[in-house]
Design a protein around this ligand. Structure first.
Ligand SMILES: [Zn+2]
Ligand SMILES: [Zn+2]
Ligand SMILES: [Zn+2]
Length: 109
């Protein structure tokens, strides 16, 4: 499987911890300070965090769906998840959709 390098969504490519959790100079935990991360292709934008890499409603932790990368790997042809209607989010709880895992799409059978 091929990989592509993208800008780290969590730190927006700065390589620094965006929330200064440890110290001002702390490196980004997602990319290890490189400002870039690798994702396996094919990858799509993470709908759960809207490609920000930040967990919605708890804006200090990494998105658990994309691990803070802002992109998620999908397998082959996909279609919109019927359960969350492509949002990746369970409406009442705000948690990632259990059917698609928060990606908003599921594999076409
Ligand atoms: Zn980063
Ligand atoms: Zn995400
Ligand atoms: Zn879903």
């Amino acid at each position: 499987m091929s990989k592509t390098e993208i800008k780290c969504a969590f730190c927006k490519g700065t390589g620094k911890d965006p929330f200064d959790l440890l110290s001002e100079l702390a490196t980004c935990q997602v990319c290890g300070g490189r400002g870039k991360v690798e994702v396996a292709e094919p990858a799509i934008e993470c709908v759960f965090c809207k490609a920000t890499g930040v967990y919605p409603r708890n804006a200090r932790v990494t998105c658990t769906v994309c691990n803070g990368k802002g992109m998620v790997t999908v397998k082959g042809a996909t279609k919109e998840c019927s359960k969350c209607k492509g949002t990746g989010t369970t409406m009442d709880s705000g948690l990632p959709c259990i059917k698609c895992g928060g990606k908003g799409v599921v594999s076409k059978k």
